[in-house]
Design a protein around this ligand. Structure first.
Ligand code: SOE
Length: 380
């Protein structure tokens, strides 16, 4: 086993999700590499020490530059807010580290392109955590599409609905709430939630050609946690857009944090010439499937319980019929990254793959301003 020393930056929600994956992956997947939880890094020394003790990191740093300068770190995982992704990734690439970066890659395409240039110049393995690709039911959807079982695809419909920012009393900025601060996040639901929908869509159905979007900011001002002042809200609270794929299929995407009753309702439905599929994060181990080629009397929507040994990733877990959940998508992503290292094949989405999502987000936000269809820039 080759040891791979990990340095993790940031200990919020994603720091925990990733750490859990790093700890578990070797127990369930047969790999040539072993992750060593070498160091956790965050500014607050007490908190990062507590985090390191809880998750089994051997040491702590309070300055990410020091972490990157360490010779005993091979792999840097960026779980810090979006506004520092570019700076950390560029420095880590220059230091020759492998880099994993939490989604979205950056605040916008410009930053994302610089990150791609940095990892390509350094020639370091890299990957972005768009974890939903690796929910077994979503991976099964990819297999079915790639095998041509849907035939020509006419429609793609996706939404990601939440309701946690409805209260006007909720502040913006600081730990946990930086997603509401445009300077840190780059955008609102577009970069945070639609980015997931776009990543899955590009993976399943290819590139998008153009988009036509509308956005809204329902609560215009919020107290800022860091300045203590009431400040203008710069993020999009909701966004909906129409799109055309390059393969000719039509798409609708919608996301909001104002859909009372919905906590993380990520769904997509794809309608093809022969068959349709639908998936729902709240019921993530199921894939809905309708096949027009079935015998007429028996034709109907099936709900496939994606928990059998021949379903993607499931042979590595329990016995058929026993479900896994959200956290396992992260375990699968680490497993694929490590497998890719052994085979010399990059695991997707690489920074370059994720730049395409960033360009779609840019076009969406531009279209919401211009009220016009906007072309999506191509990744070169
Ligand atoms: C926002 O609430 C959030 O945590 C996103 O940042 C994640 O990427 C998404 O998977 C769940 O919702």
């Amino acid at each position: 086993m080759k040891k791979l020393n990990l340095g993790l930056i940031g200990y919020g929600f994603m720091g925990r999700a990733h750490s859990n994956a790093f700890r578990k992956v070797g127990n369930f997947f047969d790999l040539d590499h072993e992750i060593v939880m070498k160091a956790a890094c965050a500014r607050n020394v007490e908190k990062v020490k507590a985090f390191a003790a809880q998750w089994g990191y051997q040491s702590v740093e309070t300055d990410w530059r020091k972490l990157i300068a360490r010779d005993d770190i091979d792999l840097v995982d960026i779980c810090a807010p979006n506004d520092v992704h570019l700076e950390i990734a560029t420095a880590a690439a220059r230091a020759g580290k492998m880099i994993l970066c939490e989604k979205p890659l950056a605040r916008d395409g410009k930053e994302g392109a610089k990150m791609v240039a940095a990892v390509e110049k350094a020639g370091v393995p890299n990957m972005v955590w768009y974890n939903y690709r690796r929910i077994p039911a979503v991976t099964l959807a990819k297999q079915l599409i790639d095998q041509g079982k849907l035939g020509r695809i006419f429609h793609y419909r996706a939404k990601f609905l939440q309701d946690w920012t409805i209260s006007p009393d909720l502040p913006q900025g600081g730990q946990g709430l930086w997603r509401l601060d445009v300077k840190v996040a780059g955008s609102g639901v577009t970069g945070d939630l639609l980015a997931h929908c776009i990543d899955t869509a590009l993976w399943l159905n290819g590139s998008l050609d153009k988009v036509n979007a509308m956005t809204e900011t329902f609560v215009k001002e919020r107290p800022h946690n860091l300045t203590g002042k009431v400040e203008k809200v710069g993020i999009d609270d909701a966004c909906a857009f129409l799109a055309r794929f390059r393969n000719g299929s039509l798409a609708t995407f919608e996301s909001t944090r104002y859909a009372r009753g919905h906590k993380a309702l990520y769904t997509f439905e794809i309608n093809g010439e022969h068959a349709s599929i639908a998936w729902d994060l709240h019921d993530l181990h199921r894939l809905a499937w309708f096949d027009h080629r079935d015998e007429g009397r028996l034709r109907g929507w099936r709900s496939i319980h994606v928990t059998d040994g021949d379903h993607p990733y499931m042979g590595k877990w329990w016995v058929p019929g026993l479900a896994i959940g959200y956290e396992h998508s992260f375990v699968h992503q680490v497993a694929d990254f490590l497998d890719g290292l052994s085979k010399g094949k990059p695991a997707s989405p690489t920074f370059k793959d994720a730049l395409e999502t960033q360009y779609v987000c840019d076009a969406v936000l531009k279209s919401a301003k211009t009220n016009q269809w906007e072309k999506v820039a191509q990744v070169r």
